[in-house]
Ligand binder design. Structure first.
Ligand code: GRF
Length: 216
């Protein structure tokens, strides 16, 4: 069966990109990364893609007069490589509603909290300040509002006494690297449906919640 063509959009470090590249390096994995795009020329993730022989392009938002023009450039790049799925992996730009709706259910994002709790930036600081005992990460289909949309997979991560934003981020990141490739696999295998604004996997009504990793 043909592998699902995936484009990964980044703005920085690219550790989730790396997790996706590692999964896709297995010829038995049902998806392949055909394009990496960064909106920042200094994103460290670009070098990871190049090292793996994956085409990497910079589409710098500062080169465009409006959000719509930037989105049109992304659209053209994705169409050129026939991408069937776009994975946002630390991509720090919001798309226009028109772009998101044109790619409805073909854009997914990873966020380092159990959405809908703690959308937005500085997530781990806010989780700690709120005294939450459990946090985690979420892979979801993208809707125009930031960090919103049907949940595909989540993983729970315990908040430990003495956690700092950095220590918590590191544990959550390990879980991110586990569930992002898993979500792509489920989509590529055609096992994910969006019914209304809820996701079913293999026809089951609720998103699958992965338990906390005992080694995480
Ligand atoms: C991750 O924590 C991701 O959940 C968030 O931004 C971070 C990106 O990290 N959206 P990396 O660039 O994948 O290492």
């Amino acid at each position: 069966m043909a592998r699902l063509k995936v484009a990964v959009l980044i703005s920085g470090r690219g550790s989730n990109l790396q997790a996706l590249m590692t999964a896709c390096a297995d010829p038995a994995f049902p998806a392949e990364i055909v394009q990496v795009i960064s909106n920042r020329p200094d994103a460290a993730g670009l070098a990871r893609a190049t090292a793996a022989g994956i085409p990497a392009a910079v589409i710098d938002h500062r080169d465009y007069g409006s959000r719509e023009e930037f989105d049109a450039a992304i659209d053209a790049a994705l169409t050129r490589v026939s991408a069937g799925l776009m994975c946002l992996a630390g991509f720090m730009r919001l798309f226009s509603a028109g772009f998101v709706n044109a790619w409805r259910d073909k854009i997914i994002n990873i966020h380092p909290s159990l959405l809908p709790a703690f959308p937005g930036r500085n997530t781990h600081e806010r989780v700690l300040a709120a005294g939450a005992l459990v946090t985690g990460c979420t892979v979801h289909f993208v809707r125009p509002e930031m960090d919103s949309g049907p949940v595909i997979l989540q993983a729970a991560v315990s908040v430990e006494p003495g956690d700092t934003p950095e220590s918590l981020a590191a544990r959550v990141l390990k879980a991110e690297h586990r569930i992002y490739p898993e979500a792509v696999r489920l989509i590529a295998e055609g096992r994910v449906q969006v019914m209304g604004e809820a996701v079913t996997i293999d026809g089951a009504p609720a998103p699958k919640v992965l338990p906390a990793d005992p080694n995480g």
